[in-house]
Structure formats: structure tokens, C-alpha cells
Design a protein around this ligand. Structure first.
Ligand SMILES: CC(C)(COP(=O)(O)OP(=O)(O)OC[C@H]1O[C@@H](n2cnc3c(N)ncnc32)[C@H](O)[C@@H]1OP(=O)(O)O)[C@@H](O)C(=O)NCCC(=O)NCCS
Length: 224
């Protein structure tokens, strides 16, 4: 699959990225298809508004010489004509301006970087940390390197921003994500206990505290 990783700037890219998040993080069993689809529409719209606000903030901030916060939504885009691209949800297709060829969005993530004030530590031992969120690839395009390419691009961008570490949170029970991050050089920095998760109200599958989170640090990043 021939992929291009880029910062999403166009509305249609942000919209497709919002849909991919809704499809990836709010999957419902077939017997709840109707409720699931309604919920996904709601989530995708909410996410689209947030991504547009983030873009507006980025455009405003980038004119400043000293910038304390940076963010970008990265997307992995393939040509819809690529024979290696599997049949994919219609919501993930994008036209890419006036080009004839249709494209399809097969992965996305957000990267945020924050510069601490003097004496402040933000995350781990970092004063200038970059943080990943909403990491996902299209269900039918998984295990084909899309996620890995997005991580590489995010790492590169965070370095350009002058960050000194790259972090991500995931849930301990998300074994696929844990294997994926480990494969990309991330190690556990801090792990929440079931009790802590319980008091944060992190109930999963009806089990209190099952949604406990793990903070992972990228050892391939360098820095701290
Ligand atoms: C996690 C996710 C982003 C991985 O994306 P991807 O495009 O499949 O990732 P890659 O193809 O680059 O995978 C690279 C490695 O990750 C690990 N991995 C990925 N999927 C895996 C799976 N189903 N089982 C075990 N290991 C897996 C493997 O080590 C894999 O290398 P290998 O194929 O050589 O064994 C994707 O599964 C996803 O979108 N999941 C749903 C959303 C989610 O949970 N995101 C994480 C939020 S913190």
C-alpha cells in the first residue's frame, strides 16, 4: 500500500479522521448496530468540531515566535485506486481538492506538545513533552504498517518542535495497543492500579477499575 502521511488541514481530511476515530473507538456488536451508528454519527461530529478548533488554534499560534503549545492531526492517506487498499467504509474517502483520483484515509493520530513553565514538570520527567492521542488505523487496513508509519511521523514532528520526550496513554487491557506500542519502542513509565482507576470511575465491561490506564514512553525518541 502506497501511503502518504501528512498534517490534516482540509475539512474533508478532518472529517474522515473524525469518522475513523468514531469507528475505531466506538465499535458496537451487530445486535446494537442501530444505536451504534447513531452514537458514531454523534461522536464523529463532536470530534470534527474539536479538530477544526485545534486547526484554528494552530494557525493562530504558528505566527508567534515563542509558542508554548503545538498540535497536529496526522493522517495516513492512500490512493483509492491502489489495488492493495481493501474495501473501506465510504466515510473514509476524500477527494483531495480538484484531483481526479479519490483517496482514502486509513489512519490518524493527534500529537500535542506543551512547553513547561520554569520549574514545572508536565509528564514523566519531561518539561517539554509531546503526547499522542487518538491513534487508530482503519479496521480493514490493520497490521499492514499504517500505525507504525504514523508513529514515525509523529516522532519526527515532535523532534522538530523541540520536544524532549514522547508519551501516550492506553488502557492496560488493550493488549493489541500494548503490543503495538512495545513494537514501536514504547515502555511502561507509570501504571495505574485497579483501585486508582476505580476511584476515577474507570469502569469497563461492568467491572470497576478494569479501565486502568498505562502511561508509555517512547525509547526511540531520545531525550530524557
Ligand atoms: C493499535 C493500532 C493503531 C495498530 O495499528 P496498525 O496499523 O495495525 O499497526 P501496525 O500494522 O503498524 O502494527 C505493528 C505491530 O503492532 C503489533 N500489533 C498490531 N496489531 C496487532 C494485533 N492484532 N495483535 C498483536 N499485535 C499487534 C504487532 O507487533 C505489529 O507488528 P507485526 O505485524 O510485525 O507483528 C490499531 O490496531 C487500532 O487502530 N486499534 C484500535 C484503536 C486503538 O486501540 N488504538 C490505541 C489507542 S491508545
Amino acid at each position: 500500500m502506497d501511503l502518504k502521511i501528512k498534517i490534516a488541514e482540509e475539512d474533508e481530511e478532518l472529517q474522515a479522521a473524525s469518522w475513523l476515530r468514531a469507528l475505531s473507538f466506538y465499535a458496537y456488536p451487530p445486535e446494537r448496530k442501530f444505536a451504534g451508528e447513531l452514537h458514531q454519527i454523534m461522536i464523529a461530529e463532536e470530534e470534527f468540531q474539536l479538530l477544526k478548533a485545534q486547526r484554528a488554534n494552530r494557525r493562530f499560534e504558528q505566527d508567534k515566535v515563542e509558542c508554548n503549545e503545538r498540535n497536529a492531526c496526522l493522517v495516513a492517506v492512500a490512493s483509492a485506486n491502489d489495488s492493495l487498499v481493501p474495501p473501506i467504509n465510504e466515510k473514509l474517502y476524500i477527494q483531495q481538492g480538484k484531483q481526479e483520483t479519490r483517496h482514502v484515509l486509513v489512519g490518524t493520530l493527534d500529537v500535542h506538545a506543551v512547553r513547561a513553565l520554569p520549574g514545572e514538570s508536565l509528564i514523566g520527567d519531561c518539561t517539554n513533552a509531546a503526547y499522542l492521542a487518538n491513534v487508530c488505523s482503519a479496521p480493514c487496513a490493520r497490521r499492514r504498517g499504517v500505525g507504525g508509519l504514523l508513529i514515525d511521523a509523529a516522532r519526527q514532528l515532535a523532534r522538530e518542535w523541540g520536544a524532549d520526550g514522547l508519551y501516550v496513554h492506553t488502557m492496560a487491557v488493550n493488549e493489541i495497543a500494548m503490543a503495538f506500542y512495545k513494537n514501536n519502542g514504547f515502555v511502561v513509565e507509570k501504571e495505574e492500579t485497579s483501585n486508582q482507576a476505580h476511584y476515577r470511575g474507570r469502569c469497563l465491561d461492568g467491572i470497576e477499575g478494569r479501565g486502568r490506564s498505562v502511561l508509555l514512553r517512547d525509547t526511540n525518541f531520545g531525550g530524557v
